[in-house]
Structure formats: structure tokens, C-alpha cells
Design a protein around this ligand. Structure first.
Ligand SMILES: Nc1ncnc2c1ncn2[C@@H]1O[C@H](COP(=O)(O)OP(=O)(O)OP(=O)(O)O)[C@@H](O)[C@H]1O
Length: 242
């Protein structure tokens, strides 16, 4: 279907002989934000790694904009419009601006000059722009997070995968992230958000998927969960879902 930015079908796999993911099916449409929640160790990060191309599934398919990318290397998936945000990596000895320049490499699909792309991303984060020439190692945690978001803007994704971004961040920084996700969604970006905090996920997601033991066990809208607070708590803690 046209509006499907990401489709995962029957995805299974793990680490060596240990299977962690068991036949996952999910879809994220253009402009949609889908949250993936669940207790520690159920396989959320492993699923993200398989979708992004960092790990290979043992079976199943990953479609980006209707194209089968299951055998396409991760770096090429970035050029095809898939950006993955994991943690807060940055090259500490390089300046903020040079960190951003490095991410202009996959941009040519948008035919934008590297410096224009960097200036455009910095314009969204004035605090980061004020520190554009200082080494990334001198940034605060929140500023480093802004750098990650600025990199994401430069890559101009069609599909955004975000893994546990809000962990340990000040509420004001999380608020900034959520605002950015909403803006990207309004521009048509499809986001799959792995989020420990169900409250954070509910404030931005259109749909919420819950995982347990490597499978998706439930899907609800935030409205359904608000009507039944016990349900959300049970799903997140695992055990007796649905
Ligand atoms: N590199 C690895 N080698 C072997 N097993 C791994 C590896 N990485 C993760 N695992 C195992 O795979 C399972 C799923 O881990 P994963 O990190 O995907 O879970 P998660 O749902 O993202 O958890 P969390 O919320 O704690 O990050 C866990 O049992 C974990 O111990």
C-alpha cells in the first residue's frame, strides 16, 4: 500500500543459536507515530537493530516504502530514507558543526548543499548553534541530545527509528524531542519509537504496540489506555496481558 512507509513481516532472529524475536509483523504509515513498549529484555532493541540493518534476521522481511530491503546493508538503508537514533553518540574531539557535516554524506538524495543542511538543522536548535564551533565533548547531556536530533534532521528520514531516547533525560529535553517527532510526523515522517515510559509514548503515539518474549502481544490507541489505566500498567509490567 502507498501510505506504508515501513512494513515488517514475520521477522524472527536473535544472537547465534538464541532466538529473541519470533515472527513480528508491524506497519508504520506515512505521518504516523507508533510506540513499541514492553519490559526489559523482551527484544525491542533487537527488533530495531534488524529493521535498521545492524543485525540480520533469520527469517521475515523488512519493506521501506514498499521496497524489500531485507538484504540491503544498513548504510544503504540510511540513503533510502531510514534513520536510526540509538543513544547519544558523537565524535567528542570534533566541533558540533563538523559532527553535523559528517551526516550530510547521505543527504545527496535531497540535493542540498552540506553547509545549507547544517545551517538549517542548527537554526532549529539555537542553543546548539551558539556552541557550533566547540568540541562535542564539551556539550551537556541535553545539548548532546540536541546534536543527535540535529543529525536526524539533516538525514531527512522518511522512516525514523528511535530507541530509548528519553532514558535519563530532563523532562524539558524529552519535551523537545516529542515536539520534533510531531513536526516530523506532520511533514509525513513515519516514526517507530521504542519507549520505556508509557506516559511519554502515549503523549506522542497514534498507536501503541506491546511486546513480550519477542512477540507483539497487544495493540492499543492512547485513548484506549487512558480509559483503562490498569491495562497499560499490566502490559508494561508483563505477565498477564490483555
Ligand atoms: N549481543 C547480544 N548477544 C546475546 N544476547 C543478546 C545480545 N543483545 C541482547 N541480547 C539478549 O536478547 C534479549 C533481548 O534484548 P533486547 O536488548 O533486544 O531487549 P529490550 O527489549 O530492548 O530490553 P531493554 O528495554 O532492557 O533495552 C535479552 O535477553 C538480551 O539479553
Amino acid at each position: 500500500m502507498d501510505s506504508e512507509a515501513l512494513r515488517v513481516t514475520g521477522l524472527s532472529g536473535g544472537y547465534g543459536a538464541v532466538q529473541v524475536i519470533f515472527g513480528i509483523d508491524l506497519t508504520v504509515r506515512r505521518g504516523e507515530t507508533v510506540a513499541l513498549c514492553g519490559p526489559n529484555g523482551v527484544g525491542k532493541s533487537t527488533l530495531v537493530r534488524m529493521i535498521s540493518g545492524l543485525s540480520r534476521p533469520s527469517s521475515g522481511t523488512v519493506l521501506l516504502g514498499g521496497r524489500d530491503v531485507t538484504s540491503v546493508p544498513g548504510a544503504k538503508r540510511v540513503r533510502m530514507g531510514l534513520t536510526t537514533v540509538i543513544g547519544q553518540q558523537a565524535f567528542g574531539s570534533l566541533s558540533v558543526r563538523d559532527n553535523l557535516r559528517m551526516h550530510t554524506y547521505p543527504v545527496p538524495r535531497h540535493h542540498e548543499r552540506p553547509d545549507t543542511a547544517v545551517d538549517g538543522a542548527l537554526a532549529v536548535f539555537p542553543r546548539l548553534r551558539a556552541r557550533a564551533d566547540q568540541p562535542a565533548s564539551t556539550l551537556s547531556g541535553g545539548e548532546r541530545q540536541m546534536l543527535v536530533l540535529a543529525k536526524t534532521l539533516i538525514q531527512r528520514p522518511d522512516v525514523l527509528l528511535i530507541d530509548e531516547f528519553s532514558l535519563g533525560l530532563a523532562p524539558v529535553v524529552v519535551g523537545g524531542l516529542l515536539e520534533l517527532i510531531r513536526r516530523l510526523a506532520a511533514a509525513g515522517v513515519a516514526t517507530l519509537l521504542i519507549e520505556q515510559s508509557v506516559n511519554v509514548a502515549m503523549s506522542v503515539a497514534d498507536r501503541m504496540l506491546f511486546m513480550e518474549h519477542g512477540t507483539i502481544i497487544a495493540e492499543h490507541t492512547p485513548a484506549e489506555l487512558r480509559e483503562s489505566p490498569d491495562l497499560a500498567r499490566r502490559l508494561v509490567l508483563g505477565g498477564h496481558a490483555q
